[in-house]
Write a protein that binds this ligand. Structure first.
Ligand code: PLP
Length: 397
């Protein structure tokens, strides 16, 4: 009998991948499944990006690259951040990663250890809590509430900081809720953080180009007082429909570039060379396909919100960004996990229980609207049928 390290029992998971595997198995067995579970664009990567990767391979880019990424890509990322946020970024502070996730794992390993505390959003992307627990640090959840549109309250974040706090993780636009932080709350948070110079901040802005109804993205890059302790996480998976390419990056404070590059060398040496050349094409090429994808998400969002709010016992606040809705299903009187299972197994609709994103997610499910309007409407018909087939809960009106 082998003996694993105790830390393995503390490592969580992202249940969206388990739901995806089950949905695929049901499909293989002949069932019709509409997938509103996994968070990935249903579009193909734009052709000019694919072509750039093919060209890189034809041109002989077959070897290792610098561990922090090829200089051409790091320069293109810095230029793109300037275009989007008006912020000056030294390409030397950019570290390219195999996806957005690796940055959060490394940040938690870098700051987390027994005795340390790391603050993270709840509900939030499940890998934050998983990586924090794995590191041995104590995770301190920041509750996000439906009545606030799932945006943080600066005072509540600041009140949870202690002398043991090492890292604060924030995420806007957010997974799983679509919540967007307001500039006023970010201003308050950053001002308050001046009293806590020992706390590093990881801002996960991977959905930063997906905002709706005229909302504007507030990037933490634009707060000079934070720059010497800010890890700005971003990537290509969502914006450019490149989830399977495994390409992301972060801007790190100067002093942390060497340690994170050392983690990268230990972990993966460097990111796939052809994917890095594709990343340059993504950033420097035409933007019309990105714009049409965002326009499509905006249309689907409207349909999802209207349809969800028309379901009995369900209400859904307007998500400001990303491609998720987080409807409140507490009036159904069933645990979120039971609703997830029922919808998948009995109605053929994949969704994710809110509890997969933290304790505050009970009473909610996550709907990813990265699917066609036609499929979303068909899914809502199935969900309504399933709801009608349930014994009426006492609380449901
Ligand atoms: N951050 C958030 C908030 C996400 O939702 C995701 C993916 O779902 C990621 C980071 C990771 O993206 P990647 O697939 O590039 O690792």
């Amino acid at each position: 009998m082998v003996t694993m390290a105790a830390a393995m029992s503390r490592l969580g998971t992202e249940s969206a991948f388990q739901v995806l595997a089950r949905a695929k198995a049901l499909e293989a067995a002949g069932h019709s499944i509409i997938n509103l579970g996994i968070g990935q664009p249903d579009f193909r990567t734009p052709a000019h990006i694919v072509e750039a990767a093919c060209k890189a391979l034809r041109d002989g880019h077959h070897g290792y690259t610098p561990a922090n990424g090829i200089p051409e890509l790091r320069a293109a990322i810095a230029a793109d951040l300037h275009r989007r946020h008006g912020a000056n970024v030294d390409p030397g502070n950019v570290v390219v990663m195999p996806g957005g996730k690796v940055t959060m794992f490394f940040a938690c390993l870098m700051f987390g250890e027994p005795g340390a505390e790391i603050l993270y959003p709840d509900p939030g992307f499940p890998i934050y809590a998983s990586a924090i627990n794995f590191s041995g640090a104590k995770g301190v959840p920041i509750p996000l509430r439906e009545e606030d549109g799932f945006a943080f309250r600066a005072e509540e974040v600041l009140s949870r900081i202690t002398p043991k706090s090492r890292l604060l993780i924030i995420n806007s636009p957010a997974n799983p809720t679509g919540g967007v932080s307001s500039k006023a709350e970010v201003d308050k948070l950053v001002a308050g953080l001046e009293k806590h110079p020992q706390v590093a901040v990881m801002s996960d802005e991977i959905y930063g180009e997906m905002l709706y109804d005229g909302r504007e993205h507030v990037s933490l890059l634009n707060y000079p007082s934070l720059r010497d302790r800010l890890i700005l996480l971003d990537g290509f998976s969502k914006t450019y429909a490149m989830t399977g390419w495994r390409l992301g990056y972060a801007v790190w404070p100067k002093d942390l570039v060497e340690p994170v590059t050392r983690l990268a060398i230990n972990d993966h040496s460097c990111v796939n060379a052809a994917a890095q050349w594709a990343g340059i094409a993504a950033l420097q090429g035409p933007r019309n396909e990105v714009e049409s994808m965002v326009a499509a998400f905006a249309e689907r969002r409207r349909v999802v919100i209207d349809e969800l709010n028309a379901l009995p016992g369900v209400r859904c606040v307007e998500p400001g960004g990303a491609f998720y809705a987080f409807p409140n299903v507490s009036r159904l009187g069933l645990p979120a996990k039971r609703i997830e299972t029922g919808l998948l197994e009995e109605a053929g609709v994949a969704t994710i229980a809110g509890t997969s994103f933290g304790a505050q997610g009970e009473g909610f499910i996550r709907i990813s609207y990265a699917n066609s309007v036609e499929n979303i409407r068909a899914a809502m018909v199935r969900i309504r049928g399933w709801l009608d087939s349930q014994p009426k809960a006492a609380a449901r009106g």
